[in-house]
Design a protein around this ligand. Structure first.
Ligand SMILES: Nc1ncnc2c1ncn2[C@@H]1O[C@H](COP(=O)(O)OP(=O)(O)OP(=O)(O)O)[C@@H](O)[C@H]1O
Length: 248
């Protein structure tokens, strides 16, 4: 990047390709994530959003450039990419169900000085449930454990995959609120199907279709373009700003 131009992104993906079971699921994907705020990774079911996230951290075979804070990391194993400052919150939450909330959090502590106070402030409910087996938590509470684990460490970026999936509207609002708070301290690449949450949180949007990037730009501009959202997501967003609580 030429000095004096746009600030360096925290994450730069270029020409990313990935295959699962012989099928190309990520095809020549290029985009950047800025150093602040939330960037939404959008698209219909099965277009490769989760695969893109997994490819970034090397959980599936891939080729292409993955640059974190100016450093190429695509040749590194997953654990080193994570250690270099990537917090991953997977779609299925992956809490240790037979361990308590406190144990789940302790296991995630990577830094010498984990940010326990921040986590306690953001998740008072988890503090109250620290002795409860994580497997007995509700879906929303498990999502909070998963987010809390990523926030305990100081990361350069969080990759958060469908955090509101399957949650009741009230809990969706709580998760969205937590993500907004988290985004004050760390940039987030967010896979999210709930467009009202995207509208509330995201500054930028990257839209995938058939494993390829088909649109990038300002998230609100995208969501306000009904024709574009119809074409790329198959949903109308026309009524979204007026219908509080409407699921899209
Ligand atoms: N383990 C797997 N085995 C075979 N095919 C897979 C596997 N995982 C994903 N795929 C396929 O890869 C493609 C991309 O899937 P991916 O989960 O990345 O999409 P997505 O955009 O995240 O979808 P969703 O919004 O439904 O979660 C899909 O066609 C999916 O069927």
């Amino acid at each position: 990047m030429t000095p004096g131009t746009a600030p360096r992104p925290i994450l730069r993906i270029e020409g990313l390709n990935a295959h699962i079971a012989g099928q190309q699921v990520v095809e020549d994907v290029s985009f950047t994530v800025p150093t602040t705020g939330i960037t939404a990774l959008l698209g219909r079911n099965g277009v490769g959003k989760t695969s893109t996230i997994k490819a970034i951290i090397g959980l599936i075979d891939r080729s292409g450039v993955v640059e974190l804070d100016g450093v190429r990391v695509e040749k590194e194993p997953t654990y080193k990419i994570i250690r270099s400052g990537v917090g991953y919150v997977p779609e299925d939450r992956e809490v240790f169900s037979k361990l308590t909330v406190a144990e789940n959090l302790r296991l995630a502590e990577r830094d010498a000085a984990p940010r326990r106070q921040l986590v306690e402030e953001l998740f008072p409910d988890l503090l109250a449930r620290s002795g409860q087996m994580a497997g007995t938590l509700s879906g929303g509470q498990q999502q909070m454990v998963s987010l809390a684990r990523a926030l305990l460490n100081t990361n350069k970026i969080l990759l958060v995959d469908e955090p509101t999936k399957g949650l009741a509207p009230k809990i969706v609002a709580e998760v969205a609120e937590t993500l907004a708070e988290a985004a004050k301290t760390v940039p987030i690449l967010l896979v999210e199907q709930n467009l009202q949450v995207v509208r509330q949180l995201a500054a930028g949007a990257v839209v995938l279709s058939g494993g390829r990037v088909v649109h990038t730009g300002n998230a609100l501009d995208f969501l306000n373009d009904d024709g574009l959202t119809q074409r790329l997501l198959g949903v109308s967003t026309e009524t979204a700003p007026h219908e509080k609580g409407a699921a899209l």
